[in-house]
Write a protein that binds this ligand. Structure first.
Ligand code: URA
Length: 277
């Protein structure tokens, strides 16, 4: 049977099923891992104690389950800001409050090596989508709680990690200073690369600026970790470390869930280290 949607402004069914992600209230846990790649959702699911695939519509594949007793879900966003913004808008409408991007990235600093984890606490907004939400001066920053949970997870697991600012682009090639077809590379693309590198920006990826901007506007929480698969200084590229990134994200959800319980018990809105003394 063809589904009936309420309106053009709100493309959802009577029971609240969202048009793009094909999910309704209660389908996703409040803590959601958001990889770009739908295939990564299957690989995330395999690391949980239990779980199941929920839906796969366009680039949005979803799964829900349990990791160490905590309800957890995953929803792929596709590549880039436009598709990620749709995933966040619709997931928030059905009850998600915490998003953790589990991505891959290209380092622009020599010492940030292939296989390292970068925890991104703010993004240079070289995307287009965030500019359709709010003026250019608005910062794209991660939730400090999610960032702290990611750091704690990396420490517990003994993984090498870096914390700092990344840059999100809408183009993998020219936008990140990579030569296009027939070595097309305009001078401004070279300039962006060099300027950001000099400003100690860690990496290029394609989703964090949109994710952080939208979740800040809506008072949701988001954080991000990416595994380095390209080093743009040494010119190396290898798809490695995805399992490490998934493990860190799973543990970060467990940690956040514990901190959230402590906050509720102590009547606090924000977590700080003194709360666990
Ligand atoms: N993702 C990106 O956006 N850039 C890279 O170099 C690698 C992964």
């Amino acid at each position: 049977m063809e589904e009936k949607f309420k309106s053009a402004d709100k493309p959802e069914t009577e029971e609240g099923k969202q048009y793009h992600i094909d999910l309704k209230p209660g389908d996703l846990a409040p803590y959601v891992l958001t990889p770009g790649d739908p295939g990564r959702v299957d690989r995330i699911l395999k690391t949980w104690d239990e779980g199941k695939i929920l839906s796969f519509h366009r680039e949005y594949k979803s799964a829900t389950g349990k990791f160490k007793g905590v309800d957890i879900s995953a929803l792929s966003t596709g590549i880039g800001g436009p598709s990620l913004a749709i995933a966040v808008e619709e997931a928030a409408r059905i009850g998600v409050h915490t998003f953790i991007r589990v991505g891959t990235t290209g380092s622009i600093q020599k010492e940030i090596s292939l296989g390292d984890i970068v925890i991104i606490n703010g993004s240079v907004r070289l995307d287009g989508t965030s500019h359709q939400y709010v003026r250019v001066e608005y910062p794209a920053i991660a939730s400090f709680e999610v960032t702290m949970a990611l750091i704690e997870a990396c420490e517990e697991l003994g993984y090498k990690y870096h914390v700092g600012i990344g840059a999100s682009t809408d183009s993998f090639y020219s936008g990140q200073g990579r030569p296009g077809l027939n070595n097309y590379l305009p001078s401004f693309a070279k300039e962006i690369f060099n300027d950001l590198q000099m400003a100690n920006v860690m990496n290029f990826e394609m989703e964090c600026a949109t994710l952080f901007t939208i979740t800040s506007i809506y008072k949701l929480r988001a954080g991000a970790l990416c595994v380095v698969i390209a080093n743009r200084v040494t010119n190396e590229f290898q798809y490695i470390g995805e399992e490490k990134a998934i493990t860190v994200a799973n543990y970060a959800v467990k940690i956040l869930n514990e901190w959230d319980k402590i906050k509720r018990k102590k009547g606090k809105n924000f977590f700080y280290p003194g709360l666990i003394k």
